[in-house]
Design a protein around this ligand. Structure first.
Ligand code: AMP
Length: 210
């Protein structure tokens, strides 16, 4: 089962991918997490990505496509995967097609802009394993410490209010056209993001299985 989770930043793609991948026994692949790791480690891809990420712009297609291609070639992806945050442009979707990757379903998690802004201001991520949290909706058990790996939980630089609006604009301009791209292929299913994480998970699983 090869799945894509599509949606604006803060719609809950990562949170849902973490839940659904456990249930389906396939890995969740977040290009954002891989890029943050690359920036932290100072790899060539990280150096190419750093400035774009801090400004809330997309990283160039060739950099992201290269990282993704290497990741899905790994052994744990042979029974399927969930892509969280990729593709983000029509060019990236076409690159997936060219790699011969067949996508079973694209789950769009839809959340109104107003809610997105408040969700992003409370979002926190683990510096160690990339797990996502929210101050109100999904707090850590111990303040500032990741439940899974014990590393520090921080606010992403690109979740600061001044960057969020430009990320939403980038989503509308570059990524939202993917809805039509996959709708035309008969792959798109839209799930309305709910207040409760567990409610959205139920709808997401139903959309995958339906
Ligand atoms: P995310 O964690 O998915 O919100 O991604 C964080 C940032 O990483 C984005 O704002 C982009 O700068 C970059 N990024 C992640 N995935 C992609 C992608 N598929 N294409 C281009 N840039 C990406």
């Amino acid at each position: 089962m090869n799945l894509i989770f599509l949606g604006a930043p803060g719609a809950g793609k990562g949170t849902q991918a973490e839940i659904v991948c456990d249930k389906l026994g396939i890995p969740a692949i977040s290009t954002g997490n891989m890029l943050r790791e690359a920036v932290k480690n100072g790899t060539p891809a990280g150096l190419a990505a750093k400035e774009c990420m801090e400004k809330g712009d997309l990283v160039p297609d060739d950099v992201v496509i290269g990282i993704l291609k290497d990741r899905i070639a790994q052994d744990d992806c042979k029974n399927g995967f969930i892509l969280d945050g990729f593709p983000r442009t029509v060019e990236q979707a076409e690159a997936l097609d060219k790699m011969g990757v067949s996508i079973d379903k694209v789950i769009e998690i839809s959340v109104p802009d107003q809610k997105i802004i408040s969700r992003l201001s409370g979002r926190r991520v683990c510096e160690g394993c990339g797990a996502s949290y929210h101050l109100d909706f999904k707090p850590t058990k111990v303040e500032g410490v990741c439940d899974s790996c014990g590393a520090k939980v921080v606010q992403r630089v690109d979740d600061k209010p001044e960057t969020v609006l430009s990320r939403l604009e980038t989503y509308r301009e570059k990524t939202a056209p993917l809805k039509d791209y996959y709708q035309n292929k008969g792959k798109l299913v839209t799930v309305n993001g709910q207040e409760e994480i567990a409610e959205t998970s139920k709808l997401t699983l139903a959309a995958i299985e339906g």
